[in-house]
Design a protein around this ligand. Structure first.
Ligand code: F6P
Length: 327
């Protein structure tokens, strides 16, 4: 265990994710448990560049485990992407006597963290938090489970109205370039079809799936569309369907940012708490540029370089399961 690691900075960066606060709490409390000094860095890398730091204590993170968003605020910093910005960030960390940094965020956050480590050899540990679940080296990212539950609630509600009117609904969910949220919620909500970036489905293919439901006397049809779907957005797909199949009464719901807010689920709070403790322990074990993950229920550390070079694969067998179950 490292004796030199006295002051540990923590920040959240990129899109917020429910459970980030639970991770911040875990980092702060485990620092104090191990007699280290936690330092809050506000507004992600922007705050790192501006020197927006504050010493915090165990009570500063009371009552936040159940809150969505991030008490540290977040940003997508353009300045950190240029060498001058990172130089300023390094100087601020040194001036504040900070020995190690914990960055809570997604792919963009880790790309920045890795470059920063390579340039200044400043120890950094990443905690994966994004609703998209698109980070390798961990089975789940913080925020993914809560976002899926939000989507599920919304689909359940839409199903009530869809079946009352015999309508065809396209529901667009987030996920950037990945279909994790779409595929998981499609199965869990019991929808007729799902469109994700990892598996292309043509409009004709989609209509065949929908027609099957019609033959089987279904009272409504729900199609979940991932925002990164290459066939088009939910609105564009609905337009194409309207043009070619005017007999359908189509509607579109884009769930948007409501998926990112709200109370974190039990799963996300637990995951965030475990990862927060592991991040502090990782720095104490002299890990310098790693990401904490949970794989097969066990805490792991993977070099950020590997994490960023690996693609997290989606299990396309879920399509087959959906086909079996949506008859
Ligand atoms: O990465 C999380 C995420 O919510 C994506 O699903 C989405 O594409 C993006 O962030 C939206 O970003 P912003 O809130 O900056 O519009």
């Amino acid at each position: 265990m490292s004796e030199q690691m006295e002051r540990i900075g923590v920040l959240t960066s990129g899109g917020d994710a429910p459970g980030m606060n639970a991770a911040i709490r875990a980092v702060v409390r485990s620092c104090i448990y191990y007699k280290k000094k936690p330092v809050a860095i506000y507004r992600g890398y922007e705050g790192l560049i501006a020197g927006d730091f504050e010493d915090i204590d165990a009570r500063s993170v009371s009552n936040i485990i159940q809150r969505g968003g991030t008490i540290l605020k977040s940003s997508r910093s353009k300045e950190f992407m240029v060498p001058g910005g990172r130089e300023l960030a390094y100087k601020n960390l040194k001036n504040a006597g900070i020995d190690g940094l914990i960055t809570i965020g997604g792919n963009g956050t880790f790309t920045g963290a890795r470059i920063f480590f390579e340039e200044f050899k400043f120890p950094v540990i990443g905690i994966p938090a994004t609703i998209d679940n698109d980070i390798a080296g961990t089975d789940y990212t913080i925020g993914y489970d809560t976002a899926c539950n939000k989507v599920l609630d919304a689909i359940d509600s839409i199903k009530d109205t869809a079946s009352s009117h015999n309508r065809l609904f396209f529901i667009e969910v987030m996920g950037r370039h990945s279909g994790f949220i779409a595929l998981r919620t499609a199965i869990a909500a019991g929808v007729e079809a799902v469109m994700i970036p990892e598996q292309e489905v043509s409009i004709e293919g989609l209509m065949q799936m929908i027609a099957r439901g019609g033959k089987n006397k279904k009272s409504s049809t729900i199609v979940v569309v991932a925002e990164g779907c290459r066939t088009g957005s939910a609105t564009e797909i609905a337009k194409k369907v309207d043009e070619r199949y005017p007999e359908y009464d189509t509607k579109v719901t884009v769930l948007g940012h409501l998926q990112r807010g709200g109370t974190p689920s039990c799963t996300d709070r637990e995951l965030a708490s475990r990862m927060g403790v592991a991040a502090v322990e990782g720095l104490m074990m002299e890990k310098t540029c790693d990401m904490v993950g949970v794989l097969w229920h066990h805490v792991t550390y993977t070099p950020l370089k590997e994490v960023l070079n690996m693609e997290k694969l989606i299990d396309l067998d879920v399509f087959r399961i959906n086909e079996i179950l949506s008859i």
